[in-house]
Write a protein that binds this ligand. Structure first.
Ligand code: FEO
Length: 394
């Protein structure tokens, strides 16, 4: 791979990670990812915006060598996470005169994480600028996309926004710009769901903040660039601001089939009442798909058998994850089967304190579900359909 020219003097110099399948030892990457790094040459100074994951630092150095870059004045660190900052120490070895420009909070984190000496930093204030001669970089504080230290970099003369993780997508592709909109929309929504959704309120403020800027190109640090910025800006507005939809996410585990019978009955009853259901067997599901479904859902129903007096551990894992992702849910219910008793409902309810939801009457049955249990499930479906209607969730 060679560096890719975006405009005269501006280059993509990042790395494509086709084969990575897990991020943070947690997040599935079905389509790999990329670590986008950008080189900007001004008439007097040269800046590198973000670096790459340390595993691919040689790719970055090779790109800079191919361009014959002998001097870098500024390494802009929009975000301290190592998939963007991890190659900074290597860059500073190769370009010892370079200074790292970042927020004061990012500076502290980079000293902690990468042991970069303090004298290597320039701490940027919000809206502060650095001149590269005929080009100007403006730094825009944008905390919590998705760590507290994050900022965006705006290249004024070229109207390019470098937002690092914000607006990104885990997608390995040779397309420099969005080509397949459906594919990128799905990857960007998955990325939003897994990484950005917990910070919806702050993201709303950050979206308002960048409204003041004329943006012709958004160049994130994962996935392709947006040469039609409204594509991703409109998607983010809808994910962050829209009311939930008339959707139930039904995530469950069944060990011997009883909970599964309840799930199948409830899915049918909800569908009959005009509610869309997204069903996930937690034994096999991709948690990224589940996270994406939570972006739009109004209600979650958790199905669990009772294991050692509590919920199945896979169900507990999904509940903890949903609690951390803080989707805009309104209702939760629990269904499931038990052999001789237990506290699955109480334990699950205690795992989701972040979800500001109304808990609907659970339906638990002893052993296999019977006529009364199916009636209770039909009532639950009616209640959910009514609640969605009352809130005008469409
Ligand atoms: Fe792509 Fe938060 O790192």
């Amino acid at each position: 791979m060679k560096p890719r020219e975006i405009k005269p003097g501006i280059y993509w110099v990042g790395a494509i990670d086709w084969d990575r399948r897990l991020f943070d030892s947690l997040i599935p990457l079905p389509d790999g990812t990329s670590y986008n790094s950008y080189l900007i040459k001004g008439s007097e100074k040269t800046a590198l915006v973000d670096t790459v994951d340390p595993a691919m630092q040689d790719v970055l150095i090779n790109h800079l060598n191919q361009l014959g870059i002998e001097n870098i004045d500024y390494v802009i660190a929009n975000h301290a996470e190592q998939d963007h900052s991890g190659a900074i120490p290597h860059i500073l070895e190769r370009y010892p005169q370079a200074k790292v420009v970042c927020t004061p909070r990012c500076k502290g984190m980079l000293i902690d994480l990468l042991m970069i000496p303090e004298e290597k930093f320039i701490a940027a204030n919000d809206k502060e600028t650095i001149s590269l001669g005929d080009r100007t970089l403006e730094f825009i504080y944008a905390p919590w996309v998705h760590w507290p230290e994050t900022m965006l970099t705006y290249l004024r003369e070229d109207k390019i926004l470098f937002p690092c993780d914000f607006f990104g997508s885990h997608l390995a592709t040779t397309d420099l710009y969005v080509n397949d909109e459906g594919q990128v929309y799905e990857a960007a929504k998955r990325y939003y769901a897994e990484i950005m959704m917990p910070f919806r309120t702050t993201i709303q403020k950050n979206l308002e903040k960048i409204n003041d800027y004329a943006i012709e190109l958004i160049a994130p640090s994962h996935g392709p660039m947006y040469d039609k910025p409204e594509f991703i800006l409109e998607a983010y507005h809808s994910w962050v601001l829209d009311e939930p939809k008339n959707i139930v996410v039904l995530s469950y585990i069944s060990m011997h089939g009883s909970t599964r019978k309840m799930v199948e009955y409830l899915v049918g009853a909800l569908a009959q009442r005009g509610v869309t259901v997204k069903q996930f067997d937690l034994a096999v599901t991709d948690i990224g798909k589940l996270a994406m479904a939570l972006v739009d859902a109004a209600t979650v129903v958790i199905g669990t058998p009772t294991v050692l007096t509590g919920p199945h551990p896979n169900v507990a894992y999904a509940a903890i994850l949903a609690n951390a992702l803080r989707p805009n849910l309104k209702f939760v219910s629990i269904i499931g089967s038990y052999g001789w008793g237990g506290k699955a409902v109480e334990q699950l309810a205690a795992m989701i304190p972040n979800l500001k939801v109304e808990i609907l009457e659970p339906v638990l049955c002893k052993g296999s579900p019977k006529e009364d249990d199916f009636k209770a499930l039909a009532n639950l479906a009616t209640t959910i359909a009514q609640k969605h209607k009352e809130h005008n969730f469409a």
